[in-house]
Design a protein around this ligand. Structure first.
Ligand SMILES: [Ca+2]
Length: 176
């Protein structure tokens, strides 16, 4: 029985989010590579460790954990064929007009304001690193949701770094 009044601890969800990313072959270091490439030209002395720290800060947010867990579990359920043939087909092909995978990650992208959306659009178009690898595995695996999740985490972490550099990113100095 589901107890509606039970509040799941953030730490439990955070661990679940990390576990699911790892289970699906995504390492935090892979995401850090994308963040580094997004920000290296704007942040002097940026290193991978700082990128990882910023990714961890993004994943500490409850709305981010929710999006990670929901999206990855839908990918896994699609592979197991638990949905109707129509939805299974849309998900297994990452059908371009489906669009719910992008909507799922808007809460991640929006955490750090409009620069997050700009960064997300950029990685979604170029599919750097692990995002491209996930995209190439389409057909055998369902990576419809996880590719956007990885792109959104990278975009949010890059935006968080940019925001900490007000002198370098004057256009975004209004962000909290
Ligand atoms: Ca997708």
């Amino acid at each position: 029985m589901v107890d509606k009044h039970k509040i799941i601890k953030d730490s439990v969800l955070q661990q679940k989010a990390y576990d699911l990313l790892e289970l699906r072959g995504v390492k935090i270091e892979d995401i850090a590579d994308i963040v580094f490439d997004l920000q290296k030209d704007y942040v002097p002395g940026l290193d991978k460790y700082e990128c990882i720290e910023n990714i961890q800060a993004v994943i500490r947010k409850r709305e981010v954990q929710n999006a990670i867990i929901t999206g990855i579990e839908i990918d896994m359920a699609a592979e197991q064929g638990v949905f109707s043939p129509e939805l299974t087909d849309l998900l297994m092909r990452d059908e371009g007009l489906y669009g719910i995978d992008e909507i799922n990650v808007l809460s991640i992208v929006n955490v750090y304001g409009s620069i997050g959306l700009t960064n997300f659009g950029y990685v979604d178009k170029l599919k750097p690193g692990i995002i491209g690898e996930l995209n190439d595995k389409k057909g055998t695996s369902c990576n419809t949701f996880i590719d956007d999740i990885v792109g959104a985490i990278a975009a949010a972490a890059a935006s968080r770094i940019a925001h900490a550099q007000p002198a370098k990113n004057l256009d975004h100095s209004y962000l909290d």
